[in-house]
Write a protein that binds this ligand. Structure first.
Ligand code: UDP
Length: 416
């Protein structure tokens, strides 16, 4: 995350670039353009702890952006960013929103890529990347193939690994696929584990990970959600333009998990169709993931259904705005389960297993699988029973207080 040509006369590691004026509206995003390291007497680059934040997909970028911004404010930390671009367009939109200019871009995405191909391309490049950037730490997030391959590459190069959102487990290697195995690999090679919740910490300890290396921080997605919700929101020029969001009860749908592709996804879509036919005040908005298998099934089952709006993936500001107006969320996404409680919106999780039991325990989410009858019955209960709905809507968010980024940066500061 270096200064481009226009700012080239400034000491490179002491300023952050702000390509988009919107960034200045935010408390912590504004720090992206602030002098890093305080006045001219601040620590020299050579004495800094060098942290390379590495990520490649939209959800990782959303969850790492607050950490990148916070690390950038710490005088003793030299923070740089490497993206793999495992997902190109969805990633770039988030980088732009948060004003992050990566220092390194591996640009690995290809059409119809498999997890092995992504991992191979990253592992083939990570040695050069680490030789060039020479970090003390590589910081990865979550459970993508990017996180796994970057962490493994750092381990091979003898560079310490920090893991944001550590310790999530379903206990089932195939669900989610390949994420459950990815995150276990990261845990095996990581030196610092930033667990979002106490139960994630407990999962790590149960695997024999040293308690001293685990820090419970909350989930950084709450930091991102709070930050972006505070910015102005207007649907003009977005895929939501023209969708009458204020008419009737709004249900937001997101679904694209690899292990749900095929029959489970189609059945979930049939449940959505049944719901909209049963309740004439329901309006469904589904930002459809670009994966052709997801798009094909979505347009096939829901394409011609009245009051169902299939729209292109939304930029994060628009998605947060949509979520804030929702009555109910149906999703198989992890991040959305963690964000919706901050908007006071009940979530029905379209999966059979979850690595996020806190949401179920706190009452903000219910696990309903992909069987049509179960989805319709769980949604109908919330749509018909005001007190059941209020109990879920009022439950507080178990994923954090919006200060996770500070605890993570503190750990690097404390370790200097
Ligand atoms: N999201 C977004 N635009 C959309 C749909 C989702 O910005 O059209 C955001 C959402 O707010 C959440 C993240 O993307 O933070 C979730 O991404 P995804 O479902 O791809 O991944 P997961 O959370 O399951 O890892």
């Amino acid at each position: 995350m270096r200064v481009p040509g226009a700012f080239g006369t400034r000491p490179l590691d002491r300023f952050r670039i702000l390509p988009d004026h919107r960034v200045a509206q935010s408390p912590w995003c504004a720090q992206l353009c602030s002098p890093v390291g305080g006045d001219a007497g601040g620590p020299l680059v050579g004495s800094m702890t060098r942290v390379l934040c590495a990520f490649g997909t939209r959800p990782e970028a959303i969850k790492m952006a607050p950490v990148v911004a916070e690390l950038g404010t710490r005088p003793g930390i030299d923070c740089s960013v490497a993206v793999t671009a495992q997902h190109r367009e969805l990633l770039d939109e988030v980088l732009d929103l948060f004003g992050i200019l990566p220092d390194h871009d591996l640009d690995v995405m290809t059409a119809a890529q498999t997890p092995s191909e992504v991992a191979a391309r990253i592992l083939g490049n990570v040695g050069d990347l680490l030789a060039k950037s020479d970090p003390d730490w590589v910081l990865v997030q979550g459970d993508t193939t990017t996180a796994m391959a970057m962490a493994l590459g750092a381990f091979h190069a003898g560079v310490r690994v920090g893991h944001v959102e550590a310790g999530l487990r379903t206990g089932d290697r195939l669900h989610p696929f390949p994420e459950e195995v990815n995150r276990r690999v990261v845990s095996m090679v990581a030196d610092l584990h930033f667990a979002p919740t106490a139960s994630a910490r407990a999962n790590l300890l149960a695997e024999g990970i040293d308690d001293a290396s685990v820090i419970v921080t909350g989930n950084t997605v709450v930091d991102a959600f709070v930050e972006i919700s505070a910015r102005p929101f207007d649907t003009t020029g977005t895929p939501l333009e023209g969708v009458p969001l204020g008419e009737g009860r709004l249900v937001v749908l997101t679904a694209h998990r690899r292990e749900s592709l095929g029959a489970p996804l189609r059945e979930a879509f049939q449940a959505v169709r049944a719901l909209v036919e049963r309740y004439d005040d329901l309006r469904i908005v589904y930002p459809v993931h670009p994966n052709p298998d997801v798009r094909g099934a979505a347009f096939d089952v829901l394409g011609q259904v009245d009051r169902v709006h299939l729209v292109s993936p939304l930029d994060y500001r628009s998605f947060v705005g949509l979520l804030s107006q929702a009555h109910l969320v149906l999703t198989d996404s992890g991040g959305v389960q963690e964000e919706a409680p901050s908007a006071g919106v009940p979530v029905l999780v379209l999966r059979d297993v979850t690595e996020r039991p806190e949401a179920i325990e706190a009452g903000t989410a219910r696990l309903v699988g992909t069987t049509a009858t179960r989805i319709v019955s769980a949604a109908s209960r919330l749509l018909d029973d005001r007190s059941a709905y209020e109990a879920m809507a009022r439950a507080s968010n178990p994923y954090g207080d919006g200060r996770a980024r500070i605890r993570i940066a503190d750990a690097f500061d404390a370790g200097r």
